[in-house]
Design a protein around this ligand. Structure first.
Ligand code: GLN
Length: 212
């Protein structure tokens, strides 16, 4: 199993270290053709507008095809890239997640913070850096983590996104959850493996998606 980390800019190396610590073979993806060699991809934080510029039209198109068929996990700017609707300002998204996401949504005063959110019912540290906010989640999108009532990590099929930076906390659960989406890995552990789905749990707690 080879996992790519898009390494055009941003904090790709922290993802590489985390994925390697969890036993994955990691490839730093700097050229579109490397997408053909990997089983899953992480799109790191950075500046989503810069990613779009560096990808160019052909790179964007190749990446768009990839994220519609292979497991992909975007953090922060990566989450923005995966969305189908981007605000503040409007920009193109890869359309792999049916969400509307607003860039730099917390304002300048709290542009970076460490907060405690929930992964399902369990507490988890979340590092936010000039974070976007998920303003709408479509019907096919499962909310897997929340912070103060807001969805901050979501999954739709094999695509996951978080508006925070799990690669900067010691907790490995979010990256493990992503690796669990990739065929041929041990499915006996991780948050998608057993019991009711996390969105069912959240609904039981009255945190329905429509409330956001
Ligand atoms: N503010 C950045 C953007 O809009 C995202 C910040 C991040 O990835 N830490 O693309």
């Amino acid at each position: 199993m080879k996992i790519g980390v898009l390494a055009l800019q941003g904090d790709f190396d922290a993802h590489r270290r985390r994925l390697e610590a969890l036993g994955a073979e990691v490839v730093l993806v700097k050229k579109p053709e490397q997408l053909d060699e990997i089983d899953g991809l992480v799109i790191p934080g950075g500046e989503s507008g810069t990613f779009l510029k560096l990808l160019g039209e052909a790179g964007f198109e190749k990446l768009r095809k990839f994220v519609h068929v292979k497991p992909t996990f975007g953090t922060c700017a990566g989450a923005i890239l995966l969305a189908n609707e981007v605000e503040n300002p409007k920009q193109s998204g890869l359309g792999a997640l049916d969400i509307r996401i607003r860039r730099n949504a917390y304002g300048r005063q709290i542009d970076s913070s460490i907060r405690e959110g929930r992964l399902g019912k369990n507490p988890i540290e979340m590092v936010f850096i000039r974070a976007p906010k998920i303003e709408r989640v479509g019907p096919g999108v499962e909310v897997i983590a929340t912070e103060g009532g807001d969805p901050v990590a979501v999954r739709q099929g094999k695509v996951m996104a978080a508006t925070f930076h799990p690669e900067l906390s010691e907790d490995t659960r979010i990256h493990q959850a992503f690796l669990d989406l990739i065929p041929n890995v041990d499915k006996t552990r991780g948050i998608f493996s057993a019991g009711p789905s996390l969105s069912d749990e959240l609904k039981q707690q009255g945190l329905q998606k429509d409330n956001w």
